[in-house]
Design a protein around this ligand. Structure first.
Ligand code: HEC
Ligand code: HEC
Length: 371
């Protein structure tokens, strides 16, 4: 072996020896392409708007709101990268002009199948304490955001594939670094993606731009006679008008309810006969069969069709349903005993519901696609 060969040989051996430190299974190999620490990480806290009377938002300690997290979440919400064939995103079934529902009875998923229930409006979801979905089965927005990707009907993709797509993407590794301070591309996880989506959804607060807020909260505007009558009936305030009982299950300011209820959509003699068990499928209590979350009524004018199966096309049909008391079943809520409303009173209730429309929310540039 001549001198030169010896040098080459021994330097090779020492490179292998040093390199072998990283062969230790506990120490992952450092791929220079993987390192993100040159990108600055100083996230900026995100201040949520505060509306009068609104309760504090539920924000998990391990997912504080940041500008960078919200920005990443917004990208993920609108990006078809989450679906198996890059054809659909969350926003395909949660459209701004439909109040972030989708205007369909059931939603068509990525391979043409239909969801079992009607899409829900994403607004003020950061305040929901009874769980997400019609049956409350996801406790947090972080839990919820993991599900549509692997749902066979919805996006029908697998998270490990999505995470690989993020790692190879020209922008996402940087965005995950800026939002969560990760050091390597390999630190990107589905949990971080879900956290970012949850942060974005928490910013989707509706109300301040509505007539309801101006009239009944701030007192800066006057209601029409019809709207005032509707308000009186909705909140059971008397004055010679019938009690419509609505506020018991759709309480201001969120116009929803912590309890799951049956509002008389189906007539069944036995609680085992409900077509959709709703809350009962989550708790396995027959007492909960046929019960569902009372959804928010903000922007209700925009989110037709109505109910978990989208059976009513118009608010007039909804009010007719309530006025009739709905169908009897052993789980029907006692508040559903029929209320008598004449045609004018029904129309007044609809006028009141329309004061909950907030077009500044659906047109807010912060909630449109960033692409
Ligand atoms: C194919 C249509 C479809 C897609 C895609 C979809 N959703 Fe939904 N979403 C629905 C339906 C349908 C429901 C109601 C399902 C139920 O209750 O069983 C729902 C419910 C929700 C809710 C519950 C709202 C509430 O008030 O409880 C949230 C939050 C939500 N979706 C967020 C998302 C996010 C985030 C994504 C993307 C990761 C997404 N959705 C993708 C159809 C879809
Ligand atoms: C006993 C409780 C209860 C009362 C009283 C009640 N609701 Fe509801 N409401 C619900 C529940 C639960 C749902 C969802 C039912 C489902 O889809 O299975 C609902 C759904 C709705 C929907 C459809 C929401 C959507 O996004 O599809 C509207 C609109 C509505 N209610 C308006 C009213 C009005 C107006 C009144 C008063 C006349 C009223 N509710 C009284 C419990 C109630």
């Amino acid at each position: 072996m001549n001198i030169l060969r010896k040098i080459v040989f021994f330097s090779f051996i020492s490179i292998v020896a040093i390199g072998c430190k990283s062969c230790d299974p506990d120490v992952p190999p450092i791929d220079p392409e993987d390192d993100l620490t040159d990108i600055p990480y100083n996230s900026t806290p995100y201040e949520l708007p505060k509306l009068i009377d609104f309760p504090p938002m539920l924000i998990p300690d391990d997912n504080p709101m940041t500008q960078e997290g919200v920005q990443l979440g917004r990208m993920l919400f609108f990006d078809p990268i989450l679906s198996v064939d890059s054809s659909m995103s969350c926003s395909s079934c949660h459209l701004a002009d439909k109040g972030f529902a989708d205007g369909q009875r059931f939603s068509r998923g990525v391979q043409g199948g239909f969801t079992e229930r009607s899409s829900m409006a994403i607004m003020n979801v950061g305040f929901i304490r009874h769980g997400l979905f019609w049956d409350g089965r996801s406790e947090t927005l972080e839990d919820q955001a993991l599900l549509p990707v692997e749902d066979e009907i919805e996006l029908h993709e697998e998270w490990p594939n999505v995470v690989e797509k993020f790692k190879r993407h020209p922008d996402y590794p940087k965005k995950f670094r800026e939002a969560f301070g990760i050091s390597n591309k390999s630190d990107i996880t589905k949990e971080l993606a879900a956290k970012a989506i949850a942060q974005f959804e928490r910013t989707m607060i509706v109300g301040a731009g509505s007539k309801y807020y101006k009239v009944f909260v701030l007192g800066d505007d006057l209601p029409s006679d019809e709207e005032l009558n509707g308000h009186t009936m909705f909140f059971d305030k008397g004055s010679g008008l019938p009690d419509a009982q609505c506020f018991h299950c759709h309480a201001a300011p969120l116009f929803t309810d912590p309890d799951f209820r049956n509002n008389g959509l189906d007539s069944v003699a036995n609680v085992a006969d409900f077509k959709d068990y709703g809350r009962g499928r989550v708790t396995n209590f027959p007492f909960d069969n046929g019960k569902f979350a009372a959804p928010t009524l903000w922007n209700i004018e925009l989110t037709a069709p109505y109910m978990h199966d989208g059976r009513f096309q118009t608010l007039e049909e909804v009010i007719d349903h309530y006025a009739s008391g709905g169908h009897w079943s052993p789980n029907r809520d006692a508040l559903m005993d029929s209320i008598s409303l004449d045609a004018e009173q029904k129309a007044d209730l609809v006028s009141f519901l329309k004061t909950l429309t907030d077009t500044s929310f659906i047109n807010n540039p912060a909630f449109q696609s960033p692409f």
